[in-house]
Design a binder for this molecule. Structure first.
Ligand code: NDP
Length: 450
């Protein structure tokens, strides 16, 4: 027994914090986790999960349209936004209960309130100080908004998930994951959607074929993408709607403005200065390969460290932390070939290098396919899927695998294992496809692109 209240205090009960706390407790450690909002954190309460439920809910609009080509006659049932939001909220309540039970079952004590470091081994919550031998910071991130006049009138993804009404017209500022996902949700549900990006294309960092493919599909669906455009002010009109004053473009009148211009690490008011924990130039907690901060017994994982800001990566970092500190097995989370998906409509999924990244490492062969899904031969929908394999010419290894199209996240998850195992193009070619699927295209691409 130590003189501390706990062996481990985790600040933040999001995906990474909960996983690390439970697994540490399973090794016999006495663990407490502190949370100021809802147990489950960003992904479960304000991000991935509610977002995906709204993607499912909105996608029915396309399914009803598509069904006509298959003989269905009554293809446009009414939609009630408040019913979708209520159903989503009920599911979040259920999940929060599941998280409470998981922690309880693991013997982890939950402390509700905002945790602040007040000493090297001390965390204060609402005036009470708790001590621990080891501290894990897993406070995540929060939407970051630029300093634009009238920005207070804008919402973020946090509020977009809980709007009282479906906006008739909405402008989404930013062209990253969150912007294109919410643009797809509102567009499918019937809102007039404007996406305002300062760059010339959406999804910086993704493979160009996916970026161009999604931009085309979003445009076909009626989403207005205003590229090379910046917002100079958001003005609230007496009637309650908003005017966006744009640089070099006409004013835009909308009912809601949503900013999705990135997320910042949640490091404010958690006492980093009190203990001397170093942050990096992006304001994130600086950590080594083992997620250790500048203080020996204080660790940090997940979005607060701004490495790869994805839930499964935070889970891997949590597991690596537990192995390192409680398993006598120093472990660095493996961040190579992390697959990810954008739940746009259609979705994009990707693993490995983009063509531009791969080309910087040496000569590559590129296999690319663009086709209309079998389903749309009858539905009549003018939607293309795009697939791309990038192969290292010297080793024949597939170093990048990208897809835009229905079910791409489900397809790429499987291929991510092959990429992780170092599969070659010859091994892809030797794999027999499943027919008729879109996925089989990945094992039948024979023609190199010029
Ligand atoms: P991203 O970093 O993905 O994108 C931010 C977007 O905002 C970019 O288009 C960027 O433009 C633009 N931008 C940034 N600053 C400004 C500014 N001052 N004015 C105008 N535009 C600006 O952030 P998101 O908010 O979309 O998502 C945050 C993170 O959350 C992601 O990086 C991802 O890790 C995670 N996430 C993952 C999801 C998933 O896995 N499906 C879903 C949602 C989020 P430019 O390209 O010009 O820099």
């Amino acid at each position: 027994m130590t003189a501390y209240d706990y062996d481990l205090i985790t600040i933040g009960a999001g995906s990474g914090g909960v996983r690390a706390s439970r697994m540490a407790a399973a090794t016999g450690a006495r663990v407490a986790v502190i949370e100021s909002l809802r147990t489950g954190g960003t992904c479960v309460m304000r991000g991935c999960v509610p977002k995906k439920l709204l993607v499912y809910g909105s996608h029915f609009a396309h399914d009803f349209e598509d069904s006509v080509g298959f003989g269905w006659e009554s293809a446009k049932p009414g939609f009630k936004w408040s019913n979708l939001i209520d159903a989503k909220n009920k599911e979040l309540d259920r999940l929060e209960g599941v998280y409470h039970n998981l922690l309880k079952g693991a013997g982890v004590e939950e402390i509700f309130g905002k945790g602040k470091l007040v000493g090297p081994h001390s965390v204060e919550v609402d005036g009470t100080t708790h001590t621990a031998e080891t501290i894990l910071i897993a406070t995540g991130g929060w939407p970051s908004l630029p300093d634009v006049p009238g920005i207070a009138h804008a919402i973020t993804s946090n509020e977009a998930l809980d709007l009282a009404e479906l906006p008739k017209r909405i402008a989404v500022v930013g062209g990253g994951y969150i912007a294109v996902e919410f643009a797809g949700i509102f567009n499918a549900l019937g809102s007039e959607v404007h996406v305002i990006i300062r760059a010339d294309n959406i999804l910086r960092g993704f493979d160009d074929a996916m970026r161009d493919g999604l931009r085309d599909e979003m445009t076909k669906k009626g989403i207005h993408i205003h590229s090379g455009t910046t917002v100079s002010a958001v003005v609230k009109k007496p009637a309650g709607d908003l005017t966006m004053q744009l640089d070099g473009a006409d004013d835009l009148n909308v009912d809601q403005v949503m900013y999705a211009t990135g997320r910042a690490p949640n490091t404010k008011d958690i006492g980093l200065e009190a203990v001397g924990i170093a942050t990096n130039s992006r304001g994130a907690i600086a950590v080594d390969d083992y997620s250790k901060t500048s203080i020996d017994h204080i660790y940090a994982i997940g979005d607060v460290t701004d490495r790869i800001n994805l839930t499964p990566v935070a889970l891997a970092e949590g597991m690596a932390f537990v192995n390192t500190v409680y398993g006598n097995n120093p472990t660095a989370a493996d961040r190579r070939n992390v697959a990810s998906a954008v739940f746009s409509q259609p979705p994009i999924a990707t693993v490995g290098l983009t063509e531009a990244e791969a080309a910087r490492h040496g000569p590559v062969d590129v296999y690319e396919s663009r086709f209309r899904n079998m389903k749309h031969t009858l539905s009549g929908r003018d939607e293309k899927s795009v697939m791309k394999l990038i192969v290292d010419r010297q080793t024949d290894r597939v170093v990048g695998c990208h897809m835009m199209g229905s079910d791409s996240p489900e397809i790429i998850q499987g291929l991510a294992i092959a990429i992780k195992c170092g599969a070659t193009k010859a091994q892809f070619d030797a794999t027999i496809g499943i027919h008729p699927t879109a996925a089989e295209e990945f094992v039948t691409m024979r023609q190199k692109r010029d």
